[in-house]
Design a binder for this molecule. Structure first.
Ligand code: AGP
Length: 606
């Protein structure tokens, strides 16, 4: 996630801004930049250290803005790094968020003769402020007018060479916090870079604009009416701030589920047309119409996401799909031709086995697509086209929010291809409507954290678990088992529930509990029989059930309810309690949840 930081006061700003960026590094980024009025602009790709190395001359000044960029629109390059400026190089902007209507705004500004040097959505804001400044001749009014034209999310800081002491901040959908010091004030995406200077903070709310100088701070709404906001004393330490107050990144990232789905679908759903807008696929839309087969490739959690995608694409896009583990695919002799799509799924975009599978498929003429979270990653660069997750960086080694985003992106891709083919308008509309409701439904599930915590405590001495599901939730049984293994080191096996009597049932007794995903869907009756098979052998069952389903209380007292949705989207909801269950098992064992032993976040070696 991008990080913004700004300072205005009586001290030299450069060391403060660099230190602030260092505090924000944990958010994940690929480039950095600083602007200091009357001293200029410096940017670099890669680590903050690269920025320091470029500091060939002094950059005196008592204010400035700084940024760490997590690329969403445009590759991680120096030109795309923030801050971005206007044509006159007077107005500088740093931004966290996504401006959905940036293309429309950019076209208007281009017609007015504005010159752009980057491919980012953020640069549009600098030129928009320039446009209004030329009309209103007032910096604050120009910023507010520009923001009223914007659709999307923003957390910004703006610096103006002609008013060097003043910095303007604004927030809509991306956090912005003010730090109020002694004859100095700060702006940041979170309090981690502020805490070392002051504990007096004000968290801006959506639609608010703040104007700070060394000795003053004022807050307005977008109607330019002044807003009074009391400051609060922050009693967190920096580490707690980075985790947003949660004990681990894994829990923070599970809790981000609703926001992650919002960001993955942002600007992409056209509900009334039952359509999706996926710029990354538009470029290959004609080739996609010709394809007759999809091979999905991924590793670990990404592979399990692919298994869900297989059900989605076969049922709703009517295309044969096979799903392969990257490390296996590359050693097979796969039959591939120009009508085959290889769809790679990868959070990091750097997984070696997935990358090699892409290269093999390209050699054989396949169209290669990616569903990747990290913009500018190798897989993003080497695939012909694809969809970015926009899930923000995932810090915990165990993939949680990325998986939710991958499943959501697969639903969008299914809609895109399905509507090119035989999917009807009404089916498209129903899927699009249900996708839109997912964030609210995930929020509802997250309220049952305490029940899930209690279940993890009740089963804390279990040494083995079986996870079972069917159809769309068979891959969720696999992923749920992986989550438990990864973070709690407890043995767990995921199985298609129909496989019970072909072997796994032999393991079941009162010491070998099962997690069963038994939703009110097309395989509900079958799941009930499987649960009865388990109970007949004195096996205990933890059930993931559809809210309102009272039948299952006869089978178990450990039931976690999730809201109803269409079967195709149910994995996006059913995985959430399983992620939380794994987390609380690991917490109960006092393990290093964010950094499980023997594992790396990105497996860039074969
Ligand atoms: C998931 O919890 C694991 N950390 C791991 O299986 C991961 O999903 C796999 O290594 C693939 O990583 P990628 O999505 O970055 O390609």
């Amino acid at each position: 996630m991008c990080g913004i930081f700004a300072y205005t006061g009586e001290k030299e700003s450069l060391p403060i801004l660099i230190d602030g960026l260092t505090c924000l590094e944990y958010r994940g980024y690929d480039s950095a930049g600083i602007f200091i009025p009357h001293s200029g602009l410096i940017k670099s790709v890669g680590a903050v250290d690269n920025l320091k190395k470029k500091l060939s001359k002094a950059m005196p000044g008592k204010s400035g803005i700084a940024h760490l960029r997590w690329a969403t629109h445009g590759e991680p390059t120096e030109a795309n790094a923030h801050p971005h400026c206007d044509c006159n190089k007077k107005i500088y902007v740093v931004h966290n968020g996504i401006i959905e209507n940036y293309k429309e705004l950019k076209n208007k500004l281009l017609l007015e003769g504005h010159i752009f040097i980057s491919e980012t959505d953020t640069e549009v804001l600098a030129h928009l402020i320039e446009h209004y400044l030329s009309i209103k001749q007032d910096f604050e009014k120009a910023v507010i007018s520009a923001l009223k034209d914007v659709r999307g999310t923003y957390g910004i800081s703006v610096s103006y060479d002609n008013e060097p002491e003043k910095i303007i901040a604004a927030r809509f959908g991306a956090p912005v916090v003010l730090g109020l010091g002694d004859r100095e004030n700060f702006i940041a995406s979170d309090a981690s870079p502020i805490l070392r200077h002051t504990k007096n903070v004000i968290y801006l709310r959506d639609g608010e604009v703040a104007v700070i100088t060394p000795k003053t701070h004022r807050i307005y709404n977008l109607d330019s009416a002044e807003v009074t906001r009391d400051k609060q004393i922050l009693d967190w330490d920096a580490d707690q701030v980075k985790k947003d107050g949660y004990e681990h990144f894994m829990l923070k990232e599970i809790m981000e589920g609703p926001e992650v789905v919002e960001n993955t679908i942002r600007g992409r759903l056209i509900i009334e047309e039952g359509q999706v807008k996926l710029g990354g696929l538009e470029v290959v839309a004609d080739r996609l119409r010709q394809i007759n087969r999809i091979i999905i490739v991924g590793c670990g959690t990404a592979y399990y996401a692919g298994l869900v995608g297989e059900y989605m694409l076969e049922e709703y896009a009517g295309i044969p799909v096979e799903v392969e583990i990257g490390s296996e695919f590359r050693y097979r002799k796969p039959i591939i031709d120009k009508n085959t799509v290889l769809l790679a799924i990868s959070q990091s975009g750097e997984t070696a086995d997935t990358l090699e599978a892409i290269r093999e498929a390209k050699r054989k003429g396949a169209l290669t697509l990616g569903i990747v979270n990290t913009v500018g990653s190798t897989i993003t660069r080497e695939t012909d086209a694809g969809v970015h997750n926009h899930a923000g960086p995932e810090i915990g080694v165990a993939s949680t929010k990325a998986f939710i985003s991958q499943l959501t992106a697969l639903a969008l891709v299914t809609l895109f291809i399905g509507r090119q083919r035989n999917m009807s308008l009404s089916v498209g509309q129903e899927i699009a409507k249900e996708i839109k409701l997912l964030p609210k439904k995930i929020k509802e599930i997250l309220k049952s954290v305490d029940d899930i915590k209690a279940i993890a405590k009740k089963y804390k001495n279990s040494k083995d678990f079986l996870y079972v599901g069917r159809k769309y939730n068979y891959p969720i049984a696999l992923e749920g088992a992986l989550k438990l293994k990864e973070v709690s080191y407890i043995h767990a096996e995921g199985y298609g529930a129909g496989e019970m009597k072909h072997g796994p049932l032999a393991m079941i007794d009162e010491k070998f509990p099962t997690v069963a995903i038994s939703l009110k869907d097309s395989v509900y009756e079958k799941m009930l029989s499987n649960i009865q098979e388990i109970r007949a052998r004195k096996g205990k069952v933890i059930i993931i059930a559809t809210k309102g389903d009272k039948t299952l209380t006869d089978f178990s007292e450990d039931i976690i309810y999730i809201p109803k949705t269409i079967e195709m989207l149910s994995p996006i909801l059913s995985i959430v309690p399983l992620q939380l269950l794994a987390y609380y098992f690991a917490l109960g064992k006092k393990l290093n949840v964010d950094r499980p032993r023997n594992l790396a976040k990105s497996v860039t070696v074969e």
